[in-house]
Design a protein around this ligand. Structure first.
Ligand code: IMP
Length: 198
């Protein structure tokens, strides 16, 4: 097995990405497995920059191949907000519920539907090579919370062509269609094709 560290402290993402790589020779090692989940300042202005900042920071500690991602929600009527600030939309140390409530409030002044998309930039870094991929997932924001699965904005995000929120999808269903699934499936394919890992 080839070890790949996944540079995230988010257990929801970890579960999703472990499943994506389950049919490969890559063993996804989490920061929890390594015992340290460092706070990394994400001061890039794009998702791709932030993903690479995380991957490089973790590579510098362990000197092992790393994968990382940065993701967020882009709402059309808010000109792409909350974007790279999705995790901290309602302020430092806010909860997912705080963010969801703030978004619903901000959208009250606009007509429905509130079109939005989740975006994800995934990256591989092994000290030399960088591979980047991107995934998008379209839907709309609704003004009530529904469902118990997932994390973040899932309870208020209804994917295109669905009548359920993403929090009403099982993790298996979400993992087939999400922005992160698309980005990491592409990353997996590129890694298998290029064989530069290690
Ligand atoms: P990141 O951990 O820096 O990539 O920040 C991502 C933030 O975007 C999360 O804290 C969530 O608020 C939001 N987000 C990203 N992906 C998802 C998803 O799959 N479902 C719900 N919210 C998400």
């Amino acid at each position: 097995m080839t070890k790949l560290i996944f540079a995230t402290g988010n257990k929801g993402k970890l579960k999703e990405v472990k499943k994506i790589f389950a049919d490969t020779e890559f063993e996804i090692v989490s920061l929890y497995d390594l015992g340290v989940v460092p706070e990394i300042e994400e001061n890039g202005i794009t998702y791709a920059e932030n993903a690479l900042i995380k991957a490089k920071a973790i590579y510098e500690i362990y000197k092992l191949p790393v994968i990382a991602d940065d993701s967020g929600l882009s709402v059309e009527q808010l000109n792409g907000e909350p974007g790279v600030f999705s995790a901290r939309y309602a302020g430092e140390n806010c909860t997912y519920d705080d963010n969801n409530r703030k978004l619903i409030k901000e959208l009250e002044k606009f007509e429905k539907p509130h079109f939005a998309k989740f975006v994800c930039s995934a990256v591989f870094f092994n000290g030399k090579e960088i591979i980047s991929t991107f995934g998008e997932f379209n839907g709309e924001i609704i003004s009530e919370f529904k469902g118990e699965h997932g994390f973040g904005y899932d309870p208020i995000f209804v994917p295109q062509n669905s009548n359920r929120t993403l929090a009403e999808f099982t993790s298996e269903e979400k993992n087939k269609v999400s922005h992160r699934a698309i980005a990491f499936e592409k990353l997996k394919e590129k890694l298998l094709q290029t064989k530069i890992y290690g």
